[in-house]
Design a protein around this ligand. Structure first.
Ligand code: GDG
Length: 465
C-alpha cells in the first residue's frame, strides 16, 4: 500500500482526544495510521526566520511541521487566505479585500511548503491536500517535477463563478486546482460551481463520470460530503453527562427548554440573525418568557483579523440588547459564552438541548449539525433547526430547514421545534441517524482516497500506453 502524505494549513495536535481535534483531524489521522505516512503543515507558531521542518514520529505517522514568519503569517494566512478567500468563498464579497502583496505571500508560502515537502517524497506516495490555504499547492509541486498523485479537498463552499471572479487572480487559482488529479467538494452544488466556472469560461469540460479535461490536464471532480462517527459521538454524549458543567447547565435550566448553538465565532455562521430570530420568537410568544433559553457557545477564532473583531462586538451588543429587553430576575434569555469547551463535553451539552439551532449564512458542511443529532437520546431526541445554506442540509432532510435571512421563518421553526410531538421527533431522529451512519467519516475518507488511487492508476496506464 502506498504511503499517504497529508498536507493541511494546520497540523492537528498530536495528542488523541485533544479538545482541538475536529473532524478533519480524526478522519485523516485514522487513514494515516492505516497506511503509514506523513502529515505536513504549519505548527501554529510564528518564527523569526524560516527553518526546515521539525520531524516527530509517532508509530507509523510522521509529523513534519514548520513555523511561519510574521510576514508569511500576515500575507498568506491572515491576508489572502482569511481576508480574501474565506469571505468570498462564503459569499461575503463585502468583507473581502484584495492586496497584491498578500497574494504574492500566499503563493510564496505555497511554493516554500512544496519545496520542503518535495524533499521528503518517495515515488509511490499519494498526496492529499486540504482546504483553501493551499489551492496552488499542486501547481507548486508540479513545477518542481513531482508526478505523484495529488488530491485536493475543499472544506468550505466553492462559490458560483460570478462570485469567484471578484478575486482578481481567479483564473490562475482555478488553473492551479486543475493541476491536482482529484478535486473534491462537500456538495454537488459546490462541484457544479467549479464545473460551471471551467465550462462557461471555455477552459475545459467535464464528462458524466466526473472526469474533467481543462488547461491541458485530465482530473476528476467529485462531491465527498464529510461525516462524523455518530456512534462515538453518542457514546461521548452519554459518558460525559455527569460532568460538572453539564450538571450545572441542567440545574440552571431545570423546567425550561433549551436551544443550543455552537460555532466558531465567525461572520459566516449567521449568529446575529440567529439572535434576532430568537428575539422575534420571544416577541411573538410571550408564553415562552421564562421557559426557554438560548445557549450560544462561540469560541473566538482569527481574532487578529479585523472583521472578526467587529462581529464579536456586534454580537455582544445584540445579546446585551435582547437580554435587557426580555430578561427577568431569574431568567436570562441568551447565555452567550465566548469560550472553548472540551469536545466530549459539548456532545453532552447538545444532549441536554431540545433544539439544535444551526443557521450559518454559508457553510461547507457544518459538523455541529451532525454532532447535535448524533448526541441525542434516542428515546427523547431533540430537533435540529438547520440553515438551507449549510452543506449538511443536503444530507439531513429530517431537520427543520430554514432560510437564515428570513427571521420570521426561523422564529416559526423554533416554535415548531419546541412543541414537536415525541413521535415526530423520534422519526426525524431515526432518519437522520441512519443517514449519518451510512455516510460517516470513514465513508468520506475512503471514497476520496479510492477515487484518488483509481485516477492515479488510470493516469499511469495512459502514460505507459
Ligand atoms: C470547516 C468548514 C466543515 C466548536 N466549538 C468547539 C469545538 N467545536 C467543534 C465542533 C465541530 C468543529 O469544531 C467545527 O466544525 P464545523 O464543521 O461546524 O465548522 P468549521 O470549523 O467552520 O469547519 C465546515 C468543516 O470544515 C469540516 O470539513 O464542515 O463547513 O467551515 O466538530 O464540535 N470543539 C471544541 N471546543 C469548542 O468550544 N473542542
Amino acid at each position: 500500500m502506498s504511503r499517504l502524505i497529508v498536507v493541511s494549513n494546520r497540523v492537528a495536535p498530536t495528542q488523541e482526544g485533544s479538545p482541538a481535534a475536529g473532524g478533519l483531524a480524526i478522519g485523516v489521522l485514522d487513514a494515516l495510521k492505516e497506511t503509514g505516512g506523513v502529515w505536513f503543515g504549519w505548527n501554529g507558531e510564528i518564527v523569526g526566520h524560516a527553518q526546515p521542518p521539525s520531524i516527530e514520529k509517532q508509530g507509523s505517522v510522521t509529523y513534519a511541521t514548520v513555523g511561519l514568519t510574521r510576514r508569511d503569517y500576515d500575507q498568506y494566512y491572515r491576508g489572502f487566505s482569511n481576508a480574501t478567500l474565506w469571505p468570498t468563498f462564503h459569499y461575503r464579497t463585502d468583507l473581502s479585500r484584495y492586496d497584491r502583496q498578500e497574494y504574492a505571500g500566499y503563493l510564496r508560502v505555497n511554493v516554500s511548503f512544496a519545496k520542503q515537502l518535495a524533499a521528503m517524497l518517495e515515488p509511490g506516495d499519494m498526496i492529499w491536500v486540504h482546504d483553501y490555504h493551499l489551492l496552488p499547492f499542486a501547481c507548486a509541486l508540479r513545477n518542481l517535477g513531482v508526478t505523484n498523485p495529488i488530491g485536493f479537498f475543499l472544506h468550505i463552499p466553492f462559490p458560483v463563478p460570478e462570485m469567484l471572479r471578484t478575486v482578481p487572480p481567479h483564473e490562475e487559482l482555478v488553473k492551479c486546482l486543475c493541476s491536482y488529479d482529484l478535486v473534491g467538494f462537500q456538495t454537488e452544488s459546490d462541484r457544479q460551481s467549479f464545473v460551471d466556472y471551467v465550462e462557461r469560461g471555455g477552459f475545459g469540460s467535464v464528462s458524466e463520470d466526473g472526469m474533467m479535461q481543462a488547461f491541458g490536464r485530465v482530473l476528476k471532480v467529485g462531491a465527498y460530503p464529510i461525516g462524523i462517527y455518530p456512534d462515538a459521538v453518542a457514546q461521548a454524549a452519554e459518558q460525559y453527562a455527569h460532568r460538572k458543567p453539564v450538571l450545572a447547565l441542567r440545574d440552571a435550566t431545570r423546567g425550561r427548554q433549551l436551544i443550543m448553538s455552537v460555532d466558531r465565532l465567525d461572520y459566516s455562521k449567521g449568529l446575529v440573525e440567529r439572535f434576532q430570530a430568537f428575539e422575534r420568537l420571544l416577541l411573538h410568544s410571550p408564553g415562552l418568557h421564562g421557559r426557554v433559553s438560548l445557549v450560544q457557545i462561540a469560541p473566538p477564532t482569527r481574532s487578529d483579523v479585523q472583521t472578526y473583531q467587529r462581529i464579536r462586538q456586534t454580537l455582544e451588543g445584540e445579546a446585551g440588547r435582547i437580554n435587557g429587553r426580555f430578561a427577568q430576575l431569574d431568567w436570562t434569555p441568551i447565555q452567550y459564552l465566548n469560550r472553548n469547551y472540551e469536545r466530549n463535553l459539548l456532545m453532552s451539552l447538545f444532549r441536554l438541548a431540545q433544539v439544535g439551532y444551526v443557521t450559518p449564512l454559508r457553510d461547507g458542511m457544518n459538523l455541529v449539525a451532525k454532532e447535535y443529532v448524533a448526541s441525542q437520546d434516542p428515546s427523547d431526541p431533540g430537533v435540529l433547526v438547520l440553515s438551507q445554506f449549510a452543506g449538511a442540509a443536503e444530507q439531513l432532510p429530517g431537520a427543520l430547514v430554514v432560510n437564515p435571512f428570513d427571521l420570521t421563518q426561523m422564529a416559526d421553526a423554533l416554535a415548531r421545534a419546541l412543541a414537536m410531538p415525541l413521535k415526530e421527533r423520534q422519526a426525524r431522529y431515526a432518519d437522520m441517524m441512519a443517514r449519518l451512519r451510512a455516510n460517516d467519516l470513514s465513508t468520506w475518507r475512503d471514497a476520496f482516497l479510492d477515487d484518488l488511487r483509481h485516477v492515479a492508476t488510470a493516469a499511469s496506464v495512459t502514460r505507459k500506453a
